[in-house]
Design a protein around this ligand. Structure first.
Ligand SMILES: [Zn+2]
Length: 315
């Protein structure tokens, strides 16, 4: 692929996926023995905050030295981006309707002669992220608050303990982060030490100031990685698993609880009101922190209305 230098330490390269371009930015650390990190965003192209944050981070390292050898891919999914631009949907592939973050199932060297767009995309992104010490996939919830998905407490980020943490026990969903976790457990493992998914806020349109705030947080994490820090032995205050609270009627979902804050078992989290005025109060059976609502505000009977961090396991 074409390669040309930009500034003193950043190299930009263009990869092609089914005729669409992916821009890859490689930033070289001043110290040759620095750790390496891969950060991508935009796998779900409708989740636009991460793209802006990564470009803000890139702009920073164009004028100052980067603490680690860093690969930034702010916009990893040009195929999904096309469908997002054209019809407002970016979460799933077209025409196969597969969630773009459930395609990382397997062996990247065993592609068929004519791979599907999902296989082609998985192959390219796994190759781009292969061999890095740290891997981060940046997303946003449907309409929600920042949180972290980590494979375990020791595999979490160093300086994000103020955010709710979802510890996924069973990494078999074929997400991008899961793939790297499973790979690191194999004998042929490279040196991957951490693979996490960071969910940035999406409850309102983000400002440039927001982007700079999250870029600064990522920089602080990167700095801590250069210093070879590890996560604290005290778990984050809000740690648990994700649970869905479902609606029992079709209607419009109104928030009752403050998102991102702790709620007791039995508290009303949200109210669904249908066009006839019937109401359905959504309560959690355990202590929770509501993290994500429907962007459309419409809830359907049997489907989730609010996604929450369940604090049950903490007792
Ligand atoms: Zn996502």
């Amino acid at each position: 692929m074409n390669s040309h230098p930009v500034g003193s330490a950043v190299t930009v390269r263009t990869e092609l996926i089914f005729g669409q371009e992916i821009r890859v930015f490689d930033i070289t650390a001043a110290r040759t023995d620095a750790p390496s990190m891969y950060i991508q965003s935009g796998l779900h192209p409708n989740e636009t905050t991460g793209c802006g944050v990564l470009h803000s981070l890139l702009a920073r390292y164009e004028s100052e030295s980067c603490p680690v050898n860093l690969r930034l891919v702010p916009h990893v999914n040009p195929l999904g981006w096309r469908t997002y631009i054209e019809n407002g949907s970016g979460r799933v592939s077209y025409p196969n309707f597969i969630n773009w973050n459930r395609i990382f199932s397997g062996d990247i060297s065993a592609l068929p002669d004519r791979p599907t767009i999902e296989q082609g995309m998985a192959d390219l992104l796994l190759r781009l992220s292969s061999g890095y010490d740290h891997v981060m996939d940046v997303h946003t919830p449907e309409c929600g608050w920042p949180h972290v998905y980590a494979p375990g407490l020791s595999g979490r980020l160093n300086i994000f303990d103020d955010l709710p943490h979802i510890i996924f026990a069973e990494p078999e969903l074929f997400t991008f982060a899961d793939y790297h976790v499973r790979k690191s457990g194999r004998p042929e493992s490279t040196t991957i030490r951490r693979s996490v998914t960071l969910e940035l806020p999406s409850h309102r349109l983000q400002s440039v100031r927001d982007l700079d705030y999250w870029a600064q947080r990522l920089h602080d994490e990167i700095e801590s990685i250069r210093e070879l820090r590890v996560p604290s032995s005290t778990p984050p205050a809000l740690t648990g698993s994700m649970i869905d609270l479902n609606a029992r009627i079709d209607g419009i979902c109104y928030l009752v609880a403050e998102p991102g804050q702790r709620c007791g078992a039995g508290d009303v989290i949200a109210t669904i009101v249908d066009p006839q005025g019937n109401r359905d109060e959504i309560r959690a059976a355990v202590d929770v922190v509501p993290l994500c609502y429907r962007r459309s505000a419409v809830a359907r009977a049997g489907g989730w209305a609010v996604r929450c961090l369940s604090l049950e396991s903490r007792g």
